[in-house]
Design a protein around this ligand. Structure first.
Ligand SMILES: [Fe+2]
Length: 299
């Protein structure tokens, strides 16, 4: 059965798993898990997963199959991954638009791709292969990056992302924090970037808190509270997209769980406000549509 993923979720991490499973937070509606933590593993990992499944719908988010890799993913991992995703009933699986290894060596990082036609063609090929093998929708996530590899980019990041989505006919996991981090580090308008994202592609959103270094470079650490700029961008984009599930990513420097609950509640308040605005806009468009048609016919 497919999980019903909607509203606000949080990434399931061992650092706060006990507190999360003991808490009663009505605003928390689902959890995101990394399959790498569970595929081929039993014991306490599986036990924790089963506990989480009893209470929350789950969606899966991979860390190792960067869809821009030159070489296809290894069948030794993809076959058991596909079985795991079917067992979990994830409505989609997501991976990053990046590469994570070269020459057969796994680098355990989310490395940026050159913004080039060749990268678009490679990513479209890898996305199609992986989607066929997992037999469910595949969403790709826009990543943060600190330098463009291989010389000057041949296009803007947003054009690169849109062309990959189009070429692969893929879904998007839109990381709003990554858009903000990149906008600050590379000097572009985050709202203009978000305004170009096609609503029909987006199945999920990520938010997280980055770290600002003393020299001004912003690092996507998932180790601090979500920033006000990210909340503002989230509300802006949700008003247009409507009720897309939103996930809080916190991967290190864990605060008391009550602080994460407070972030979840703040996200839920933004979500509820934004989808109300979205619904009102939709209703207005429906109501005004026939009148506009008559006006056009009379011109
Ligand atoms: Fe993310």
């Amino acid at each position: 059965m497919t999980s019903r993923v909607e509203g606000i979720g949080i990434g399931f991490r061992y650092g706060f798993a006990d507190a999360l499973l003991a808490a009663d937070v009505p605003e928390l509606r689902w959890l995101e898990i990394h399959p790498e933590n569970y595929v081929g593993r039993g014991g306490r990992f599986r036990y924790r997963l089963d506990q989480a499944r009893e209470r929350y719908p789950l969606a899966t988010h991979g860390l190792t199959l960067g869809v821009g890799a030159v070489m296809p993913a290894e069948d030794d991992y993809v076959a058991p991954l596909a079985a795991f995703l079917a067992d979990i009933g994830t409505p989609w699986h997501s991976e990053h638009l990046c590469f994570s290894g070269t020459g057969g060596v796994m680098l355990h990082d989310l490395l940026p791709l050159p913004f080039s036609p060749q990268s678009i063609a490679t990513a479209a090929c890898r996305i199609g292969e992986l989607r066929d093998r997992i037999e469910r929708p595949l969403a790709i996530e826009n990543v943060s990056y600190y330098a463009h590899p291989g010389g000057p980019p041949q296009m803007e990041e947003v054009d690169f992302l849109l062309q990959v989505l189009e070429a692969a006919d893929a879904k998007l996991l839109l990381d709003v924090n990554n858009v903000w981090v990149n906008s600050q580090n590379h000097g572009f308008d985050a709202r203009a970037f978000l305004d170009r994202i096609p609503a029909e592609r987006v199945v999920q959103i990520h938010v997280a808190g980055p770290t600002v270094r003393p020299d001004g470079l912003i690092i996507d650490t998932h180790g601090e509270a979500v920033r006000s700029e990210c909340y503002e961008l989230l509300e802006h984009v949700l008003e247009r997209l409507g009720p897309v599930p939103v996930l809080l990513e916190r991967d290190q420097n864990f605060p008391p769980f009550a602080e994460l609950v407070s972030e979840i509640r703040q996200l839920d308040a933004i979500y509820q406000r934004a989808i109300a605005v979205h619904a009102a806009r939709c209703a207005r468009n429906v109501a005004e549509g026939p009148a506009r048609d008559v006006e056009r016919a009379l011109v």
